[in-house]
Design a binder for this molecule. Sequence first.
Ligand code: GDP
Ligand code: ZN
Length: 316
Amino acid sequence: MDAGAGAHVVRGVIVWGANNIYSVRDESGFIHEHLRLKGKTLADTEGEHNPLAPGDRVVVDETGGTPRIVEREERRNTVVRWNRTRRRMQAIAANTDLLAIVTSRGTPEYRPAFVDRVLVMTELQGLSAVIVLNKTDLPLTRDAEEHVTILRNIGYEIHATAATDPQDRGIETLQGRLSGISTVFFGQSGVGKSSLINRLVPGLNLTTGDVSHRYHRGRHTTTLARQVLVFGDRGLTVYIDTPGVREYDLFGYTIPQIGHGFREFQLYEGQCRMPDCSHTHEPECAVQAAVEHGAITARRYDSYRRIIQTVEGSHR
Ligand code: GDP
Ligand code: ZN
């Protein structure tokens, strides 16, 4: 960026924001609060529902009286969701190392379709994902257990935790896994995201609004995530708590993209006879053959078919 002679710019990362007012943590660790964008929008963010999300790297121009955010750097990846009201994709977080899909036993019930959909997004966004099965003190249904086993078999990492049980060892394992990286917690509301983060960060009480010298965080209003920064032996650990989502839609994607979002289908890419094969009715389809041979489970394939039905409708 060329802000002209005498310009004073700082680079930083969005910690949180709401209503187009953001907090930015600069390279020295200082948090600049109440920053607005310069102008209505930023370059290259046209048409986006919200141009900035926690994790975005930005340039702040401090020249003159009021500092303004003038630039968003290119994203390494984005956690997105479909905004039903605006009918477009919306960024929830950017440049994160990992997405933890938090699910629970009991209430709310584990929903395989929800997990599959979020996994499609992580595959397409180039995000690593782990599944956290919380509330292990409650029984897991056979159906959920079967789904989790399939996910484990196709290579997803599964963590079991009981966030409200002080004796739980799963929390420690998860803590070790997440230490030194940035993780987005994603899931339905009530699964225990906030409880988990409170356990991962001893001394933190996510429901209150205090900011200590060790933890910097913000409360979001409705659509933005809140971020907890922990400075420890292994550097900076970032936990991003996102607002609970009830449904997860994949309307922004095409059918071939959805196919790519099923990790175990990727092995067969380019092997179907038809280009852009939807893996449903086409002859010599490598994915359908793999389902017949049992290399791809009928369960995940059915899930794929259900998703593309909803996506097909949205393109008309
Ligand atoms: P969030 O909406 O995902 O942030 O969920 P919360 O952290 O607010 O938790 C929702 C409810 O589930 C609260 O009543 C928690 O006490 C409860 N809860 C969280 N973790 C566990 C757990 O491991 N076991 C049980 N039985 N309840 C839990
Ligand atoms: Zn095919």
